[in-house]
Design a binder for this molecule. Structure first.
Ligand SMILES: [Zn+2]
Length: 402
């Protein structure tokens, strides 16, 4: 493409591509939004996803406008949730309710092949992911139960360090993964589930790349060189991704897009970069905007800068999209799930070819997913399931959480 397209023409072109091209989003926390909703409390029908939810970012009308054809839904719970194993089961149930309540919209999806299948049926392939290994309660058995319930991806931890894995946004306690943590990665490989390194510390990223027999994913992370936030991927880790075959799915979280946003938010963050538990952001944010003017919440174009950077650093075959919509603040131009075509249009205007767009939209993710499935199939022929609890792998001396 030699001449710059107008925004309108680029958007029309993006929509034409999306007539055939599946579009995958790597991370959306809607199940938690439905759980947290005071009326719905995890009941999908009571939440009524068929109507517009103006105060949040995800509903069926806008998913359709956004042309999405595959969504990885996160069964996310905060690390400090009481009885985390039960809470994860409740989130899994909420995701199952989505397919059951809206069978014309969502197709329960379990394999890479389901992405194309859903597209052909005009539905959204609806995948289940577990965000945060806290729900294992330090046992390997839930991994297999989650897999049987449809989980195909697991984000090892969330914002807090667990007994076996260091978080990017907490004090490291293990220099990465413990032996139990390594067993979790091994068992995910064996099950054919994607190992998601969003949220883990750089040491865990490096160790997982050392031991994983399958390509890894970052389901919602950006480049640390452009926005220095602990949740983003440092260059030395990025440089190892082409050899691993994995994928970095660029994310819309304002602080991960823009260092200015992160710095503006600093008073509400702890020293590790995560929002402090004692801050009520619904009050704190308007107050700060009154003092300082509008929050520089990052833009769609700045997100495209991350994609450009990833392209230069690791190549077109290792980039995807992982919005991380969670019903909270969003960057300018990426306000809700209807905006995905605008992101593709912005990349088209930057000169990304149709093939490049296809890779970012879904082809790379499908390749990774297929590879993970293949590795799992092979490993299950030779490796028995890993059975046991943390104490069987790491000894009984647990470090008490600080
Ligand atoms: Zn997350």
């Amino acid at each position: 493409m030699t001449r710059a397209l107008s925004a309108e023409d680029a958007l029309a072109h993006a929509h034409r591509l999306l007539d055939k091209l599946p579009l995958v989003d790597g991370h959306n926390d809607l199940p938690f939004v439905i759980r947290r909703d005071r009326e719905a409390k995890g009941d999908v029908r009571r939440y009524d996803l068929s109507r517009a939810h103006q105060r949040t970012d995800t509903d069926i009308p806008r998913l359709k406008a956004g042309r999405l054809s595959a969504q990885i839904w996160a069964a996310f719970i905060p690390s400090k949730t009481p009885q985390p194993a039960r809470a994860v089961l409740e989130l899994i149930d909420t995701i199952h309710q989505l397919h059951e309540a809206y069978p014309d919209v969502f197709m329960r999806a379990l394999s890479a092949a389901d992405i194309g299948k859903a597209k052909r049926q005009g539905k959204i392939a609806s995948f289940l992911a577990i965000e945060g290994g806290v729900g294992l309660e330090n046992s390997l058995s839930p991994l297999r139960v989650w897999h049987a319930a449809g989980a195909r991806l697991m984000t090892l931890c969330h914002n807090e360090t667990l007994d076996w894995v260091d978080s990017a946004t907490d004090k490291p306690r293990h220099n990465g993964l413990t032996e139990f943590g390594k067993a979790v990665v091994g068992e995910l490989n064996r099950l054919g589930m994607m190992v998601d390194l969003a949220h883990v510390s750089p040491d865990v990223m490096r160790q997982a790349l050392d031991i994983s027999k399958a390509p890894i994913v970052f389901s919602h992370s950006n480049a640390r060189a452009l926005a220095d936030h602990p949740r983003n991927v440092p260059d030395d880790v990025l440089d190892r991704i082409p050899a691993n075959g994995g994928i970095v799915m660029a994310t819309f979280v304002p602080d991960f897009i823009s260092r200015r946003s992160y710095e503006w938010m600093m008073p509400f963050k702890d020293s590790f970069g995560k929002t402090r538990g004692d801050v009520d952001m619904t009050k704190a944010l308007p107050e700060r905007e009154q003092q300082l003017g509008r929050w520089p919440r990052g833009t769609l174009e700045q997100l495209c800068d991350h994609v450009d950077y990833l392209l230069k650093r690791i190549g077109i075959d290792h980039i995807g999209i992982g919005s991380d919509f969670y019903g909270g603040p969003t960057p300018e131009g990426l306000e809700d799930v209807s905006r995905f075509p605008h992101l593709l249009a912005a990349l088209i205007r930057r000169g990304y070819t149709d093939t490049a767009i296809a890779k970012i939209a879904s082809r790379n993710f499908v390749r990774v997913f297929r590879a993970v499935e293949g590795v799992g199939k092979d490993l299950r022929k030779t490796e028995p399931p890993r059975v046991g609890r943390l104490e069987d792998f790491d000894g009984i001396e647990l470090v008490a959480p600080s």
